[in-house]
Design a protein around this ligand. Structure first.
Ligand code: PRT
Ligand code: ZN
Length: 284
């Protein structure tokens, strides 16, 4: 029994998807880029597919879970469940028009022709806004559609914005934002669900670890109380006496986002020899 995970064969998501599995301790040997590979040390089998096909395979149970952009999940609209957001491959799905056009708000698009690879998402958006548009579905190179006279505007993925810039376009509306997600079929058999739960537990431990740092410092005993309040830690900080009389060593965990600010306050309270080190896994 193994859990079948579909990931993108080659593209923007492939390396990060494999990296995520590796961080969870799942080693996959796919040197020759086959269609399938078994993990060595965890009951999973990885299927390498085009991202567009992943929702369908997961709905049909050919794969049990999959990793892909949320934009593809919305567009394909299959019966799958988003189990977890993964925090990579973040992008916007935006409307863009030729840069010299005067943009007057969403009403600008009434009766306009818009080229996109995401017709369903776009149709739903304009339907909700009660605006009639003509949607021209194309498979790729959407950014050239206005330049060659195929459409008045485009709806596409935007990341840095440089593709739009290079094609003489400007972003005028961000319709939605997307990132990589983990999806599963709507009901997994119990034994597969158990493997998925283990995998999710590992992902959570890895994510928590990346958001936190381990901090060690020395402080005069008189400051220990003040410093304890600054470093609540997972339960409470560890405080150990130093060989030097009157000094203690304090160990704790601190959020990646807070640590610069707290470090200033620690120094004000007499902390010395502050070390901040990465955490590999964190289990609460
Ligand atoms: O072959 P396969 O079908 O598997 O791959 P694909 O070509 O459909 O997808 P791929 O690998 O290009 O992208 C996979 C997923 O990555 C997408 O579905 C998004 O969820 C996510 N993602 C994140 C992006 C981008 N950022 C991105 N910048 N996907 C595409 N782009 C393209 C965009 O289409 C446009 O052409 O990059 C260009 C815009 O980038 P900037 O930086 O110039 O704005
Ligand atoms: Zn694709």
């Amino acid at each position: 029994m193994s859990l079948k995970i579909a990931i993108q064969k080659s593209g923007r998501l492939s390396e990060k998807s494999l990296g995520l599995l590796a961080e969870c301790g799942i080693k996959i040997n796919n040197g020759d880029r086959k269609l399938k590979a078994e993990a060595k040390n965890f009951p999973v089998e990885v299927l390498f597919l085009r991202d567009d096909d992943i929702p369908q395979y997961v709905e049909q149970g050919v794969a049990d879970i999959g990793i892909l952009g949320e934009n593809e999940v919305w567009e394909k609209d299959k019966k799958v469940t988003v189990v977890r957001k993964l925090g990579f491959a973040s992008c916007k799905l935006s409307l863009a028009i030729p840069k010299d056009e005067k943009y007057t708000g969403l009403g600008y698009f009434e009766g306009k022709k818009i080229a996109t690879s995401y017709p369903k998402i776009l149709e739903k958006f304009f339907k909700e806004k009660n605006i009639n548009v003509i949607i021209e579905e194309i498979g790729g190179s959407v950014e050239i559609a206005t330049g060659i006279g195929l459409a008045d505007a485009i709806f596409d993925i935007v990341s840095s914005g440089s593709t739009l810039l290079m094609n003489g376009l400007k972003e005028v509306e961000v319709v939605t934002k997307s990132e990589a997600v983990l999806i599963s079929g709507q009901s997994l058999p119990k034994d597969k669900q158990e493997i998925l739960d283990k995998l999710l537990f590992r992902m959570e431990a890895t994510k928590k670890a990346s958001e936190n740092k381990y901090i060690l410092l020395n402080a005069p005993n008189a400051s220990v109380d003040a410093i304890r309040k600054l470093l609540p830690g997972m339960k409470a900080p560890t405080i150990l006496p130093l060989a030097d009389e009157g000094w203690s060593s304090i160990h704790s965990v601190i959020g990646e986002d807070d640590f610069w600010e707290v470090i200033d306050q620690l120094k004000k309270n007499g902390a010395q020899g502050i070390l901040v080190v990465p955490i590999e896994k964190m289990i609460l």
